[in-house]
Write a protein that binds this ligand. Structure first.
Ligand SMILES: Cc1cc2nc3c(=O)[nH]c(=O)nc-3n(C[C@H](O)[C@H](O)[C@H](O)COP(=O)(O)O)c2cc1C
Length: 167
């Protein structure tokens, strides 16, 4: 199976989680590609909060993937910013290529707050693009920066993404 992991990570937490999940998928014999959403002009803390609150998009360094049809599994992940989706992730979600019939895993990382609003907003847009959400998870930064907890969580996430009932 081919998996595409599309993510935004401002300070590296989401990236660390996604790399750990990707490695677990690879250990199970799957092919994993990564697409990092990087802004041309990185936003400061306040700018990122304002952009997230106003549901803005930002200009990204690289073009978005042209199609999702080449991957059976698409993983979408990003940090919670001001309770919402980051502008970088908005750019992908608002302009994503046709996701009809693709299976999606959706992930957020966050501090001590809630990821509920962010997850809902991501899922709505993926479903609108025709995607099928097979697993969602919100992971606290504290778990990601603890290597033992990260390893256990990544294994668990990969198992969930690969569970037979999904395929
Ligand atoms: C601009 C900004 C806004 C944030 N807002 C929230 C928030 O509302 N709730 C929360 O729990 N964490 C919040 N955080 C913490 C991040 O969600 C958390 O550290 C996340 O794991 C960072 O992921 P990243 O390194 O991949 O960007 C915020 C961080 C930043 C930089």
């Amino acid at each position: 199976m081919r998996a595409l992991i599309v993510y935004h990570s401002r300070t590296g937490v989401t990236e660390k989680l996604m790399r750990a999940v990707g490695e677990e998928l690879e250990h199970s014999g799957h092919r994993v590609e990564y697409h990092k959403l990087e802004p041309i002009r990185p936003l400061g803390y306040l700018g990122a909060c304002v952009a997230a609150l106003r549901r803005r998009e930002v200009e990204l360094k690289a073009d978005l993937p042209k199609t999702l049809r080449t991957h059976e599994l698409v993983v979408v992940a990003g940090p919670v910013q001001a309770g919402r989706t980051s502008a970088e992730l908005n750019t992908f979600l608002n302009n994503m290529p046709d996701g009809i019939g693709r299976r999606f895993g959706v992930f957020a990382t966050m501090g001590s707050g809630s990821a509920e609003g962010q997850m809902k907003s991501i899922k709505t847009r993926i479903e609108k693009a025709g995607g099928l959400i097979v697993y969602e998870d919100a992971v606290r930064k504290g778990v990601v920066i603890n290597s033992d907890q990260l390893a256990a969580r990544a294994r668990d996430i990969a198992e969930q993404l690969l569970r037979p009932s999904v395929w």
